[in-house]
Design a protein around this ligand. Structure first.
Ligand code: AGP
Length: 613
């Protein structure tokens, strides 16, 4: 949930660490800090608040040195104060630690250490790691060994980078469980450590991902890898394909706006190399769609969190309609506690932008344990979800930096559509000709999204009109229930306006009591199999005085006459319409938040990847 970085090389570390943290600020922004080592002395600068506050502090008193670590925090244990900010140090100031994750047995360890006379200077669980390492150093263990022994005592999913004044030529980093990743970047004469790729991309694309239970000793020129028993492991170096410019904001005011506008290209990218539009063939290189297995497939359990979960609601409709394979969707945080009925003729399919969401990973492990085949649709290359899955579809949309997910919503919708079509074909539900027909509209999808983006000004006008609302209800039916949920989530997470996504048919069973002229209704009413039903729900809302903002198919005069505002979408096949219909809602939420002067890319209390349960 936090962002961690490390640097060792010939250059001044502080600016590089700050720059790395800037790229990881989406992971947490309650406080930030760096520790830089020079002449056997560790200098720490840390501060509550956003990274800009730390940057000012560093400018006033720059710590010199060419090796260091840094951290941007999303608070779990202890409030976001200066004294809880990382890095944490031992009393002598010879050891500094940055940490991501939760030490689950921290209370017991803290009590044990306190009984030994350790005085704690923060409320964090991280500090116990520092004192444990310190204890092993004091007992005469070499640095790496002390870190290793300390890590063996802590429970939970954690990642750390450790700096030790007496061994200035190395950083020690480790990963336990699924708490975020650790990726080591190979520069020229210099090495980088980070919890995520965006911090490294401008320096290198040659990286090593740490697996859970691995520890690395990083020097200026080399990496040595060990397991937690201290046994050496082979080092695997991967070249990541992401373009460094993809982690830059460019001319856009916010990453969210940039990522909304990137969607036509992102959709193209997610289809690239997968659909042969001439023959209709669909290929997923990393998903072994064995026809025998597909034939006997009894069920697919789709699981994910937040926005990614909403993609599974669309996925269910697509797979059930096309392939006639039963699909169950479950929020990942519920999955492993639900005693799910899973066996070896089933698939557990997880969707995750980061591939590091703790709840999603836990659901995947649960599925694995019960014998299911694991599939994943993931964006971050090398992420844990990608690695533990038996097969995966990479979204291929480049880094998504804004906390509010946009292109990592629409791209997996396309992946799920392609998957549903291919499963239908392999199950013999559709012919090669029908498959060809179903994939053809995909070619036009990026252009359809462009058409919606071209209405941004009108959507911004509407945002100006509704920016002061305090409550709103998003209604959709069938495949667009997910659009309603997703539209509402976008609005609430970045504008802090209370927004409820609701199945439109359920409105009359309760929420209709809320409606009046102060409660706008956002109705998703494209021309699809649920159209007539949605129209009557819009009429019911109007009859109660609620202003109606509709997402509707271009040229629909009934809706034009009924609604107060219409966001038009082109006439697209209904199974692909969720990709197009969500775009005006992303823009609507974005402009409301921007007009309210809010921090769109880093909404309060949130973080991009939630690596805690
Ligand atoms: C949505 O805008 C949020 N960023 C959030 O709901 C997110 O989709 C969820 O936390 C899951 O993240 P993942 O896709 O990285 O697993």
């Amino acid at each position: 949930m936090c962002g961690i970085v490390g640097y060792i090389g010939p250059k001044e570390a502080a600016p590089l660490l700050l720059n790395g943290l800037k790229r990881l600020e989406y992971r947490g922004y309650d406080s930030a800090g760096i520790a830089v080592l020079h002449d056997g002395r560790i200098q720490v600068r840390r501060k509550a608040g956003k990274l800009s506050v730390l940057a000012e502090l560093v400018q006033q008193a720059p710590p010199r040195g060419t090796v260091g670590i840094g951290h941007t925090r999303w608070a779990t244990h202890g409030e976001p104060t200066d004294y809880n900010a990382h890095p944490h140090t031992n009393p002598q100031g010879t050891l500094a630690v940055v940490h991501n994750g939760i030490v689950e047995n921290f209370l017991a360890l803290r009590e044990e250490l306190a009984e030994e006379g350790v005085e704690f200077r923060s409320d964090t669980d991280t500090e116990v790691i520092v004192h444990l390492i310190d204890r092993f150093l004091a007992a005469g263990h070499p640095f790496e060994e002390a870190v290793r022994q300390a890590l063996k005592l802590i429970e939970g999913s954690n990642a750390v980078v450790v700096l030790y004044a007496r061994e200035p030529d190395k950083l020690v980093t480790a990963r336990l469980g699924n708490a975020g990743g650790i990726v080591i970047g190979y520069g020229e004469d210099e090495m980088f450590v980070a919890s995520d790729l965006p911090a490294l991309l401008e320096h290198t694309r040659q990286v090593t991902f740490l697996e859970p239970g691995q520890m690395a000793v990083v020097t200026q020129h080399a990496v040595q890898l060990y397991d937690l028993e201290g046994r050496p492991l082979p080092v695997q170096v991967t070249t990541v394909p992401w373009d460094p410019a993809s982690a830059e904001k460019g001319p856009y005011r916010h990453f969210m706006l940039k990522e909304i506008h990137e969607q036509p290209a992102a959709l193209q990218a997610t289809m690239a190399g997968r659909v042969n539009f001439r023959t209709g063939e669909i290929t997923f290189t990393h998903l072994n769609l064995d026809p025998d297995f597909v034939q006997r497939l009894k069920k697919i359990h789709m699981t994910a969190c937040g926005t990614a979960y909403h993609t599974t609601l669309v996925g269910k409709v697509l797979v059930e309609r096309l392939a006639r394979i039963p699909v169950e969707t479950m929020i990942a945080s519920e999955f492993r506690y639900a005693d799910p009925i899973v066996d070896e003729d089933m698939v557990v399919l997880a969707v995750s932008q980061s591939g590091e969401t703790a709840d999603t990973l836990a659901a995947m492990y649960e599925g694995k344990q019960r014998g299911a085949t694991l599939w994943a649709i993931v964006n971050v290359i090398g992420s844990q979800a990608m690695r533990i899955a038996d097969g995966y579809i990479s979204m291929q949309v480049g880094p998504e930096i804004s906390v509010a997910s946009t292109k990592a919503y629409t791209a997996p919708l396309v992946d799920l559509y392609m998957l549903a079509v291919q499963l239908a074909y392999l199950r013999g539900r559709i012919s090669a000709q029908e498959r060809w027909e179903l994939v053809q509209p995909l070619q036009r999808l990026p252009g359809w999204v462009e058409q919606v983006l071209a209405q941004e000004e009108a959507i911004q006008q509407a945002a100006r009109k509704y920016m002061k609302m305090t409550n709103t209800l998003y209604l959709g039916r069938g495949i667009h229930m997910a659009t309603a949920y997703e539209g509402a989530l976008k609005l609430k997470e970045i504008s802090y306006i209370h927004a409820e996504g609701y199945p439109a048919g359920e409105m009359k069973h309760g929420p209709i009591a809320l409606l009046d002229e102060d409660m706008p209704v956002v109705a998703i009413v494209p021309r699809d199999p649920w159209y007539e039903k949605m129209i009557s729900q819009v009429e019911q809302a109007k009859a109660r005085g609620a202003p109606v903002i509709a997402v509707a198919t271009q040229g629909d005069e009934r809706i034009a006459a009924l609604a107060d505002e219409v966001f038009w979408i082109p006439d697209v096949p209904w199974m692909l319409s969720p990709v197009v219909a969500v775009v005006p809602l992303q823009l609507f939420a974005y402009h409301i938040a921007a007009l309210r002067g809010l921090d769109v890319d880093q909404p309060r209390n949130l973080a991009k990847s939630v690596t805690v349960e």
